[in-house]
Design a protein around this ligand. Structure first.
Ligand code: NAD
Length: 295
């Protein structure tokens, strides 16, 4: 059992922190939203009023925040994690943020004497609730070894992707590929419709041929072939357009700062941006197939 300070008790952080309480840890949680603190108390956690209160006797600090600027604000500064956490504690940021900020945070943590991991997740709210998340971590071997047992109480796949920032690098590369592949699969179905090729026939052929990919076989964007895909539930998210767009924009920030051309990633970002601007931020990202039909 460890003393854990948990910052950010939203859709993901709330259930993740509750799973740590369930596993027997002594968890103090902080969020800016009173309702999230109340839910955390209801799950048996100790809700506190500041970041400093959450971390002041922590052996492990975990954060689950919206973006890089929130992580930077929570960790640095006089009322932040680095100033108020006891020496030797392990710091784990599970937020999805830009690679540059993740590496800067790890450097600042190291300068203050802390080991810090970036450990973004995939698996969504269901994964957070069921403790079945995948964690992609960037950290030293020692920090990874320390973090793995506690991450395993919130997830089922814990992957060490390399040094600091590599967890975020893995997340943006994977999700850029996912955004592109969903558009590719959608275009194929839209073309098949116009050519008079039955959707189920295309699915049966491509799912066992060279066009096979997760966006087709697990998350098929047309209703019918895959029972559990959001297409069969009026494109209710799942993984929303807003979330996909956030990750695609992070991929483009990373590509720009690394000086790499990702033309399909850039185009996918534009397409999801346009779809979101039409009021579809809450729709599942596979709903992009409907937007492509309007072009
Ligand atoms: P959320 O908005 O529900 O939760 C974020 C929480 O952080 C909010 O409750 C907010 O009040 C809190 N917060 C913001 N600034 C704070 C501060 N200074 N101090 C304390 N609390 C603060 O978002 P979420 O869906 O839980 O996502 C969290 C992270 O996980 C994001 O980076 C997101 O990209 C990533 N993620 C989300 C999903 C998903 O399906 N929701 C899936 C994978 C990854």
């Amino acid at each position: 059992m460890s003393k854990i300070g948990f910052i950010g008790l939203g859709n993901m952080g709330g259930p993740m922190a509750a799973n740590l309480v369930k596993a027997g840890h002594d968890v103090k949680g902080f969020d800016l939203v009173a309702e999230n603190l109340a839910t955390f108390s209801g799950a048996g956690g100790q809700a506190v009023g500041t970041v400093a209160d959450a971390v002041q006797d922590a052996e492990i600090v975990i954060s689950m925040l919206p973006a890089g600027k929130h992580v930077s604000a929570v960790y640095t500064g006089p009322v932040g994690v680095l100033e108020n956490t006891p020496a030797g504690a392990l710091l784990i940021d599970c937020s999805t943020i830009d690679v540059t900020t993740a590496r800067e945070m790890a450097e600042k943590a190291a300068a203050s004497g802390f080991d810090m991991l970036d450990a973004p997740v995939s698996g969504g709210i269901m994964g957070a609730q069921g403790a079945t998340l995948t964690f992609m971590t960037g950290a030293s071997d020692e920090a990874f070894a320390r973090a793995e047992p506690v991450l395993a109480q919130m997830g089922k796949n814990i992957i060490h992707a390399g040094g600091p920032g590599n967890g975020q690098a893995a997340k943006v590369c994977n999700n850029m590929l996912l955004g592109i592949s969903m558009i590719g699969v959608s275009e194929a179905f839209n073309l098949a419709d116009k050519l008079g090729l039955d959707r189920q026939k295309l699915f049966d052929i491509s799912s066992t041929a060279s066009g096979q990919c997760w966006s087709l076989t697990t998350y098929c964007p047309v209703p019918g072939p895959v029972e559990t895909s959001p297409a069969n539930n009026d494109y209710k998210a799942g993984f929303s357009v807003a979330m996909m767009l956030k990750d695609l924009k992070l991929s483009q920030d990373a590509a720009n700062s690394a000086g790499v051309d990702t033309p399909l990633g850039a185009h996918a970002t534009q397409l999801y941006d346009a779809f979101e601007s039409n009021g579809n931020g809450d729709v599942d990202f596979s709903g992009i197939i409907k937007y492509l039909r309007t072009l």
